[in-house]
Design a protein around this ligand. Structure first.
Ligand SMILES: Cc1cc2nc3c(=O)[nH]c(=O)nc-3n(C[C@H](O)[C@H](O)[C@H](O)COP(=O)(O)O)c2cc1C
Length: 280
C-alpha cells in the first residue's frame, strides 16, 4: 500500500510516533509519505495513495482545533483511514479526541479502519521523569509495531466513547476559543530570552513574530506549547497556564522506570498501560 501520514505535532511527540509507525510500515513492504498539518499549508495531493493515517495529540480530551479545521477543508474521498493519537496519560477520557475527526472524515466518504493511541510524555501539566519517558517510548514502540501489523492487514479497532466522556470532552472544548485569547498574553522573560527566534520559526500557526529581537504573540494560538517547550532558555511564559509549563526534550534512551518508579499520578493507569503494551 501507499500510505499518507497527515500529522499535527506541537512539541514533536506525535511526529516521532508517526515517523516510527511509517518506518514499521516500510519494513512490511509499504511506501509512506508524510504531510505536516500547519496553518496556511496547501492541502496534500491524494492521488496514488491507498490509505490515510491522521496523527495528532490529544488536547483537553479533544482533537486540536487546527486538526479539525484541516479536516473540514480536506477533499472528499473514499479511502480507508486510521487515527493515530499521542496522549500524556492512558485515560479512556482521551478517546473522545477521535469523535470529531471520525465524524468529519466519514461524512466526506472516508471509511474508518481503526484508531491507535500511544502515551508520550506530557508537554504541559508536569514534567514526567526521564525514566518514565524512556519506559513510555519502549511501550510506544511495542504499540507501533503491533499497530503496523494491524494496518498491514487493514485490521484494527475503534474506540467506543460513553456519554459521560463525551460530555466531559464537550465541556473542555472551551480550549478552542480560549487559546487564541490566552495565547495573546503569552510573553517572554526579557532577562532570559536570547532572541534566537526558535519559537517563531516553529509555531504551526505563524502566531509568533520577532520584533526587535523579541517574540510577539498574536491571536492565533492553538495551545500546542511548542514555543514554551522548545525555548532553549526556558524564557516563554504561558499566561494562566504557566504553573503547568514543561520545557525541554525528554530522552528516549536510558534506564526505563521500574514499576516502583512509575509516577504517583494515575499510577495504576500507567502501570496497566505499560504491562499491556509489553505483552503485545
Ligand atoms: C493544551 C494541551 C492539552 C492537553 N490535554 C491532554 C489531555 O486531555 N489528555 C492527555 O492525555 N494529554 C493531554 N495533553 C498532552 C499531550 O497530548 C501529549 O503530551 C502529546 O504527546 C503531545 O504531542 P505533540 O508533541 O505531538 O504535540 C495536552 C497537551 C496540551 C498542550
Amino acid at each position: 500500500m501507499n500510505v499518507l501520514f497527515c500529522v499535527f505535532s506541537g512539541t514533536g511527540n506525535t511526529r516521532k510516533v508517526a515517523a516510527r509507525f511509517a518506518e514499521e510500515l516500510r519494513a512490511l513492504g509499504h511506501t509512506t509519505s508524510s504531510y505536516e498539518i500547519k496553518k496556511g499549508a496547501p492541502m496534500p495531493e491524494l492521488e496514488g495513495f491507498d490509505l490515510l493515517i491522521f496523527g495528532y495529540p490529544v488536547h483537553a480530551f479533544n482533537a486540536p482545533e487546527i486538526v479539525t479545521k484541516f479536516l473540514k477543508k480536506f477533499p472528499k474521498g473514499s479511502l480507508p483511514f486510521y487515527l493515530l493519537r499521542s496522549e500524556g496519560e492512558p485515560s479512556k477520557l482521551n478517546d473522545a479526541a477521535g469523535l470529531a475527526p471520525k465524524r468529519i472524515l466519514q461524512k466526506k466518504g472516508y471509511s474508518l479502519a481503526g484508531e491507535f493511541t500511544v502515551v508520550m510524555p506530557y508537554n504541559i501539566l508536569f514534567r514526567h521523569s526521564d525514566k518514565m519517558a524512556v519506559r513510555m517510548w519502549q511501550a510506544a514502540e511495542k504499540r507501533i509495531e503491533h499497530g503496523a501489523r494491524l494496518v498491514d492487514a487493514l485490521g484494527g479497532e475503534t474506540k467506543k466513547v460513553n456519554l459521560i466522556r463525551r460530555a466531559a470532552a464537550f465541556c473542555l472544548r472551551i480550549e478552542h476559543p480560549a487559546m487564541p485569547v490566552l495565547g495573546k498574553t503569552f510573553h517572554v522573560n526579557a532577562k532570559q530570552c536570547v532572541g534566537c527566534g526558535k519559537c517563531a520559526a516553529g509555531c504551526p500557526t505563524g502566531n509568533i513574530r520577532m520584533e526587535e529581537g523579541r517574540p510577539k504573540f498574536g491571536g492565533h494560538c492553538v495551545g500546542c506549547m511548542g514555543c514554551a517547550f522548545w525555548c532553549p532558555a526556558d524564557a516563554v511564559r504561558i499566561s494562566l497556564l504557566n504553573p503547568w509549563r514543561v520545557n525541554g526534550p525528554y530522552p528516549a534512551e536510558g534506564d526505563p522506570a521500574s514499576d516502583e518508579e512509575i509516577c504517583r499520578y494515575l499510577r495504576k493507569m500507567y502501570t496497566n498501560y505499560f504491562h499491556e503494551s509489553e505483552k503485545l
